[in-house]
Design a protein around this ligand. Structure first.
Ligand SMILES: *Cc1c(COP(=O)(O)O)cnc(C)c1O
Length: 376
């Protein structure tokens, strides 16, 4: 049996090696390492895939969020609503820009932003909502867009974990996550569903004027070289990474299908177990399984983690400390938050290996080992 990893990038690479190697060598030979042709080609290919007007490539997903908040002209003191149950990047950039993060609950079943909690968090200072399509399924974006419309707020989708996911509106319209809000932000970190071989990110929007501003901000606030109109930053997708992404984008739907196949195997093995809740998928979304996350009830989670590790099966807790309990926010009064669902989830979730290269032998070994521990 091949060794089991949370993400097996090596085996995936072996399958596309000739194409990747050629594309990377082509960049080396062109030596157009910055803003080479593959960067623009990738931006167009991704925009076509997602069905969005503009894709602005940048250096990573965290920058994508930061540049979006800068382009929307959010000012110190403006409140930005985000779930507490997410990766730190979502909220860190809010604080970095001296905006005020306002943490809300997630839904106990979908792990995505809870709409009632969102409504309650709105104040006259609220300027933006940052829903996270956590683990690979869409947040309830139709309801979030409705709230945003009622209160005239921006919606910044954190789509780092869900690229390729489809959201179905109540009128039957289907759209890709990251294309429905004011802007959508994504990451090409190697372990993401569309990962490059280093850091990378992108911002999506259908708004022409905003796209222009996003591009300027990612490029030192200039549209003409050496004439800097607004304060920006330096955030670029390397040509080598774009060349890799051009190849991997063609496989994204196959990658999603492979992840779903592994998830189906897990779901079948754990179905109806009294101590295990398998991932719930809301009716308005499909799941691209960036993570496969179980909820455990009455199980010693650390014990399970160690037992699996002893059998060379990695497992992870995403996330052990929610945003509102992070030390970095201690100074801004977030310890007064009462987010019981979030706290409950951080104590019960466990993520199993999920990637494009898991075979039945590995999956069978993982599921039987996990059940062995839980049923003992
Ligand atoms: C990975 C991730 C990011 C940040 O992406 P980087 O490319 O690592 O900066 C932001 N939000 C979420 C939810 C993520 O999972």
């Amino acid at each position: 049996m091949r060794p089991i990893q949370m993400v097996d990038l090596k085996t995936q690479y072996q399958k596309i090696k000739p194409e990747i190697d050629k594309a990377v060598i082509d960049v080396l030979e062109s030596s157009a390492f910055i803003n080479g042709k593959p960067v623009q080609e990738f931006a167009i290919a991704l925009a076509t895939y997602l069905g969005v007007k503009h894709v602005i490539p940048c250096a990573n997903g965290t920058d994508a969020l930061q540049i979006s908040m800068m382009a929307l002209d959010l000012q110190p003191g403006d409140e930005v609503i985000t779930p507490s149950f997410t990766y730190i990047a979502t909220t860190e950039v809010v604080a970095l820009l001296r905006l005020t993060p306002v943490f809300v609950e997630v839904d106990a079943k979908t792990f995505c932003m809870d709409i009632e909690s969102l409504r309650k968090a709105i104040t006259p200072k609220t300027k933006a909502i940052v829903p996270v399509h956590l683990y690979g399924q869409a947040a309830n974006i139709e309801a979030i867009l409705q709230v945003a419309k009622e209160h005239n707020l921006y919606v910044i989708e954190d789509n780092a974990q869900a690229i390729g996911c489809n959201y179905t509106f109540s009128d039957g319209t289907v759209k890709k996550t990251g294309t429905m809000g004011t802007v959508g932000c994504t990451s090409f970190f190697p372990s993401k569903n569309l990962g490059c071989y280093g850091d990378g990110g992108a911002i999506c929007t259908n708004d022409d004027a905003l796209a222009h501003k996003l591009r300027m901000i990612a490029n030192h606030g200039q549209q003409r070289r050496y004439y800097h109109e607004i304060v920006g930053c330096n955030s670029r997708l390397d040509t080598i990474q774009a060349a890799v992404l051009n190849i991997k984008l063609k496989d994204l739907d196959n990658y999603i299908a492979a992840r779903n196949k592994a998830a189906d195997f897990y779901n079948t093995a754990f179905a109806d177990h009294p101590k295990i809740t398998t991932p719930y998928i809301a009716p308005y979304t499909n799941h691209v399984f960036h993570q496969y996350t179980l909820l455990l009830e009455g199980v010693d989670r650390n014990g399970l983690n160690e037992y699996l590790a002893g059998k060379n099966i990695p497992s992870m807790i995403y996330y052990p400390v929610p945003g509102h309990r992070q030390e970095m926010f201690a100074g801004i009064g977030v310890d007064s938050y009462h987010l019981p669902v979030t706290d409950w989830l951080t104590e019960r979730v466990i993520s199993l290996p999920i990637h494009t290269e898991l075979d039945d032998e590995q999956l069978n070994y993982i599921t039987s080992s996990l059940l062995e521990y839980i049923n003992q």
